[in-house]
Design a protein around this ligand. Structure first.
Ligand code: PMP
Length: 421
């Protein structure tokens, strides 16, 4: 990348053309937003039936769901999600509307309580988390908030660089965790290979209380009929003598309603006991009425998969449009590379080193909002300043196309300016 075989004259001509295009773009007064991975209103419309009334707010076992209680969540709903989240239903809890909230709580409970296997509370020692990059900014935000040191490790097409992960966790007992988005990762769309999952489950860690934060946010979010397969980390960890190593998170935020879905937590029996020793103090039970709404809407795992196929029909054209425009405008330029994920919510655009922040600033000045450069890295610091996250789901297709076309102008201008020095 940035490896163009162009002469100075050719580059200068390209810069001048990009400059003229950029001025025309800025003059349009656009107001477009590619920042956050939110479902579009049309996606949400597909789950409208969930807003309908509930005939009988009663669980299969006769429990009156209007009342307090049921801390573990509605068994019928846990059964629907168990196979896709790769957690046995009796080890999968259904909670409130946000899995991020559960990840946050897991950290806070581990800081202030003592996780199974720990000698001390995390609050009483220095804590480090490994952060595969590029990754999800809100994971990093939780660590930053609680003073947890973050160490980036490269995300390869197979998942985190396992040689590096194994070396680090074996040597340093302060390393207590790793953030993983194992399927259709945010933002690279990577699915961890079976060997990566096995190594994560089996590796020797200096910390006896090491945890994998397995944020399987995109477990069922396929864009095509080609479904990525993910190995079963919970089962593998148990098989390798590390049954308590994994916390599994998931939610229906990008399945049903982003602001009113249901979140899930899965783990070993010892971890669940520990988890509930905290949550029992925090709540008298989750919103089981919303959980029942989800059961009535999705019905079963087949219903869930059918709904995901309908969502993919709306989302896939947007991913295809981004790829098409990037290919047409930047394909032969040598200025950029990007991935074409088969699932998830994001596309990662890689621009020449030192250009990402400039591209984002140029786009902003032209009315195109992008996720801040660096957001994909701990402390907002992408040392290569080359990664831009594109979130194609929210805008309508015409707006998306206009925004991505504008973005390519910014990339060409920034890259030619950089190369010419
Ligand atoms: N994890 C990942 C990897 C995400 O991309 C997102 C949403 N952008 C979340 C978690 C948030 O999930 P929830 O809505 O369940 O809090």
């Amino acid at each position: 990348m940035g490896d163009t075989a162009l002469t100075v004259e050719e580059l200068t001509a390209q810069r001048e053309r990009a400059q003229a295009e950029y001025e025309a773009l800025a003059a349009k007064g656009l107001k477009l937003d590619l920042t956050r991975g939110k479902p579009s209103p049309r996606q949400l419309d597909l789950a409208d039936a969930i807003l309908g009334g509930i005939d009988r707010p009663v669980a299969a076992d006769g429990t009156d769901l209007r009342n307090y209680g049921g801390l573990v969540g509605l068994p019928e709903l846990r059964a629907i999600f168990a196979a896709d989240l790769q957690v046995p239903a009796d080890q999968l809890l259904a909670a409130g509307n946000s899995s991020l909230e559960l990840m946050h709580d897991a950290i806070v409970f581990a800081l202030l309580g003592t996780v199974p296997g720990a000698e001390q509370r995390w609050a009483d020692q220095e804590i480090t988390f490994l952060c595969p990059v590029p990754g999800y900014d809100r994971h990093f935000g939780i660590c930053e908030r609680y003073g947890i040191k973050m160490v980036p490790v490269a995300l390869t097409p197979e998942g985190p660089d396992m040689d590096e992960v194994e070396r680090l966790v074996a040597a340093d007992a302060s390393i207590k965790g790793i953030w993983c988005v194992p399927k259709y990762s945010n933002p690279d769309g990577t699915t961890y290979s079976a060997e990566t999952v096995r190594r994560l489950a089996a590796m020797t860690t200096a910390a006896p209380d090491f945890r994998i934060f397995w944020d399987n946010a995109y477990a069922v979010h396929h864009l095509t009929d080609e479904h990525a397969e993910l190995a079963d980390v919970l089962a593998l960890a148990a098989e390798h003598g590390n049954p308590d190593r994994v916390f599994v998170f998931g939610s229906s935020s990008k399945i049903t309603l982003a602001g009113a879905g249901v979140a899930f937590f899965g783990a070993s029996p010892a971890n669940l006991k520990w988890w509930q020793s905290h949550t029992v103090k925090r709540s008298i039970g989750p919103d089981k009425v919303n959980q029942l709404r989800h059961v009535q809407f999705l019905r079963d795992a087949d219903g869930l998969h059918a709904h995901m196929r309908n969502l993919a029909e709306l989302i896939r054209p947007k991913f295809e449009a981004v790829d098409k425009i990037l290919t047409a405008e930047l394909g032969d330029s040598g200025f950029a590379s990007w991935n074409a994920p088969t699932g998830g919510y994001f596309i990662t655009l890689r621009v020449p080193e030192g250009c990402a922040a400039d591209v984002v600033a140029k786009a902003k000045a032209a009315g195109i909002a992008l996720t801040p450069a660096g957001a994909t890295h701990p402390y907002g610091d992408d040392p290569s300043d080359s990664i831009i996250r594109i979130a194609p789901t929210y805008p309508e297709l015409d707006e998306l196309e206009a925004a991505v076309a504008g973005l390519t102008v910014c990339v060409r201008l920034s890259a030619t300016e950089k190369l010419l020095g």
